[in-house]
Design a protein around this ligand. Structure first.
Ligand SMILES: *[C@@H]1O[C@H](CO)[C@@H](O)[C@H](O)[C@H]1NC(C)=O
Ligand SMILES: *[C@@H]1O[C@H](CO)[C@@H](O)[C@H](O)[C@H]1NC(C)=O
Ligand SMILES: *[C@@H]1O[C@H](CO)[C@@H](O)[C@H](O)[C@H]1NC(C)=O
Length: 521
């Protein structure tokens, strides 16, 4: 019995030695006044812990934070109101939760008691208090609302700290609340020292897609840990992520660099990575199947198909993207798809989308002037910059009952083809793939609708070749082929030469490459 008790005691001591960093700081910086020996006069900066408690640490005994007043070294006072918030049952529970999180980070070497630490948008300074309680003396918070002395007021997107200021930055659940997670990430990384650690908690990142977006946002850094932990106040699990800033970061404003660099150096290895990402393949496994057999009544089948479409935001959490962008290639009138479908029906998870309408036909340009939030590119999406002849077809067409024409692009070589109906205009075509690469990055969420009257057979291969395809998260593609006509049973449309099989091949090749493409009407 006795030796066993002794060895138990010895183990306890060893456990305490393991926590030596914490203990030293506790001794050094926390002024402990025993209940018999001191008093906590109102207005004095102290924190009363009502009952002895033990914070358990995995595999390392525990720290007893006994019946004691805890006092911080920096001298400034906490208002009685705040004091109350922390000593309330709920406040205490929250502080204890963060203490346990931080102590584990200390044990694992991500947080040192001597670290200069920052908490971003801590509620009432709870996280900062927890840091100080476990002995990280040099801790401060920044939030919209100040809560002295632990939290200063400031803009979290423009923090009043120099580059490379902190060893450790903690972001509680702010990433779930902000609309600009990527901008916040850049700012956090800016104030972080090289090799410093960022720790964040989030209720998102529950699926592969958002986890991947989050990791993309932290491209500055190395992911050192990702795990789920229990939340103090909800049954939902929290994800705790730890990133370490890599030493040689020259440019945190990665937009130009990141899109320029990998594409030019090695398009193929990038494509490989992009095409085999598990988060994309997972979505594709849940997507609606392609309609393999040519529909005999395409005007019905393809329109009906919209009911079966599995939109990406209905399958995955699209948080953690820098910008949300919708590109309508061949936009035609505002009401034809931007107004009637994208704005009304596409599930957006409350995100605000920037909209680009690409439409070469002048007939439609006027109305875009009055549409707020829509950027019109009055050109034709093409595979290089050049003038094109453009046929405005005014034949009545079932697809476009509003009586507006639709454009078919013809490259210069096709000039000689006799045009029997419709007026021919010269328009400016632009290199769509290059434009895409200079306009969006992998950190953006990009939805695209493409209805380009047959030009898809040129544009899509170009998107493959340039790697621009990897920038598209979700694609709604209308493929034009010699379909059966409603007017004239047994007759195929003479407008297009491609067959349904060629369309299916195009869709299949996109899906095989990880692109969530839908057959559009
Ligand atoms: C701080 O970092 C930002 C972003 O990385 C950079 O643009 C800025 O020039 C840096 N400022 C100083 C003073 O080095
Ligand atoms: C969108 O916002 C509304 C109100 O702000 C909220 O009730 C709803 O749950 C949000 N939806 C999503 C998907 O976040
Ligand atoms: C095409 O035109 C755009 C816009 O004028 C320009 O920025 C781009 O450099 C051009 N690309 C080529 C390959 O000439």
């Amino acid at each position: 019995m006795e030796p066993a008790a002794k060895s138990g005691l010895a183990r306890g001591l060893i456990a305490r030695f393991l926590l030596i960093g914490v203990s030293i700081i506790l001794l050094r910086f926390i002024y402990v006044v025993t209940i018999s020996g001191g008093s906590c006069a109102s207005g004095e900066f102290c924190f009363f812990s009502s009952s002895p408690e033990v914070i358990s640490l995995p595999g390392s005994g525990g720290i007893t934070r006994g019946a004691a007043y805890v006092r911080f070294p920096d001298g400034s006072a906490v208002s009685p109101g705040l004091h109350h918030r922390w000593t309330s049952r709920e406040g205490r529970k929250a502080v204890d939760f963060y203490s346990a999180v931080f102590q584990e980070l200390v044990v694992e070497g991500f947080l040192s008691p001597t670290a200069k630490a920052l908490c971003v948008e801590p509620l009432d300074g709870r996280e900062v208090l927890a840091l100080k309680e476990i002995g990280v003396a040099d801790a401060v918070g920044i939030a919209k609302k100040k809560s002295p002395p632990l939290v200063i007021a400031g803009d979290i997107f423009h923090q009043p700290f120099g580059n490379y200021t902190f060893d450790f930055v903690f972001a509680g659940c702010i990433f779930d609340l902000t609309r600009r997670p990527a901008t916040l990430t850049d700012e956090i990384v800016r104030v972080l020292k090289p090799e410093g650690f960022v720790v964040l908690l989030t209720v998102s990142a529950g699926d592969l897609y958002s986890l991947h977006s989050l990791e993309d946002m932290f491209s500055c850094c190395k992911k050192v840990r990702s795990k789920e932990i229990e939340s103090p106040d909800s049954p939902k699990l929290l994800r705790e992520m730890v990133f370490q800033k890599e030493e040689a970061i020259h440019n945190l404003h990665h937009n130009e660099e990141e899109t320029g660099k990998p594409y030019s150096s090695s398009v193929s290895s990038l494509l490989n990575k992009c095409f085999t990402s598990e988060h994309k393949l997972q979505l594709l496994r849940s997507a609606e199947p392609l309609i393999q057999d040519e529909p005999l009544k395409p005007w019905i089948t393809l329109k009906e198909n919209i009911k079966h479409i599995k939109y990406l935001p209905s399958m995955a959490d699209i948080s953690f993207k820098e910008r949300y962008i919708y590109i309508d290639v061949g936009a035609r009138s505002y009401g034809s798809s931007i107004g009637s479908w994208f704005r009304k029906r596409y599930p957006k998870q409350n995100k605000t989308f920037e909209i680009y309408a690409i439409e070469a036909d002048q007939a439609f340009h006027g109305e875009y002037m009055t549409k707020k939030g829509v950027n019109l590119l009055p050109f034709a999406a093409w595979v290089r910059n050049e003038s094109l002849s453009f046929v405005v077809n005014h034949e009545p067409d079932k697809k476009n009952e509003k009586g507006r024409g639709m454009g078919r692009i013809r490259p210069p070589a096709a000039f000689s083809v006799a045009i029997s109906s419709g007026d021919m205009h010269t328009i400016q075509g632009f290199d769509f793939a290059e434009w895409l690469k200079s306009t969006v990055t992998e950190k953006d969420f990009v939805v695209m609708k493409m209805d380009v009257e047959g030009t898809e057979f040129e544009l899509v291969p170009r998107l493959f070749d340039t790697g621009a395809l990897c920038l598209i998260d979700e694609l709604f593609l209308e493929c034009h082929y010699n379909r059966w006509q409603r007017c004239c049973p047994g007759k195929r449309s003479p407008k297009y030469q491609k067959t349904y099989r060629q369309c299916i091949d195009l869709f299949s090749s996109l899906r095989q490459s990880g692109v969530l493409v839908h057959q559009w009407w």
